[in-house]
Design a protein around this ligand. Structure first.
Ligand SMILES: [Fe+2]
Length: 218
């Protein structure tokens, strides 16, 4: 979720630019904590992800394969290891962000341009409504377009939602209670960003689950 701000006020533009020393310290702490890990370390997770994200960027692997790989990897990180690091770490091709949401708050409708997203619930519960664009090619601000709801997911602890630039690219995220999330956003092009949309409350046609929408000015 590049360049977005959650309704709880977490700034997403404020990327933490880790220094080499800072990153080294982080890895050391995580390596020490990992002595008790039963599964993969955060360090090995980042290492694997770095390699895969580079292959994705160079189109050596597809996005679906990539997000599936990410989902399988983050399930294997011991939850305790995720709480001791900074809430937002940016790497060359991807970012890792941990955030907290209070009940009813979240991220309203937005798209994912030039990047895909893998979101895992660490604790609590969220509802994610996913959409796809019907009127392709219409991306200007304030232009009306139609979007189709593809699925709605209620996710609990350790459950994961994925989207790509070609599937479920628009979503609305809403916390159903006090919730903590982990989000992996991976760039596949130079202009990774999100744009908010206004979406009608009711569908045009209830059976087709099609809604009128419009991108907000950036
Ligand atoms: Fe998102």
């Amino acid at each position: 979720m590049y360049n977005l701000q959650s309704e709880d006020g977490l700034l997403r533009r404020e990327w933490l630019r880790m220094t080499v020393g800072g990153f080294g310290s982080l890895l050391l702490i995580l390596a020490q904590m990992n002595a008790q890990s039963r599964d993969i370390t955060f360090e090995s997770f980042v290492s694997d992800l770095t390699e895969d994200a580079e292959r994705l960027f160079r189109r050596k692997i597809g996005e679906e394969s990539y997000v599936t790989r990410v989902a399988n990897l983050i399930r294997r990180i011991e939850p305790g290891l995720l709480r001791s690091r900074d809430p937002l770490i940016q790497y060359k091709r991807f970012s890792i962000m941990e955030l907290s949401l209070t009940a009813g708050r979240g991220f309203r409708y937005h798209d994912h341009r030039d990047y895909n997203s893998v979101t895992m619930v660490l604790s609590g519960q969220i509802r994610i409504k996913n959409f796809e664009i019907i009127d392709t090619g219409v991306i200007e601000s304030n232009r009306e377009l139609r979007i189709r709801q593809t699925r709605t997911e209620d996710l609990q602890s350790r459950q994961i939602s994925t989207l790509t630039t070609g599937r479920d690219n628009i979503h609305d995220i809403r916390a159903l209670g006090s919730t903590r999330l982990l989000d992996i956003a991976t760039r596949i092009g130079p202009n990774a960003r999100s744009v908010y949309l206004d979406v009608d409350e009711s569908p045009i046609d209830k059976n087709s689950r099609v809604f009128r929408a419009a991108f907000r000015p950036e």
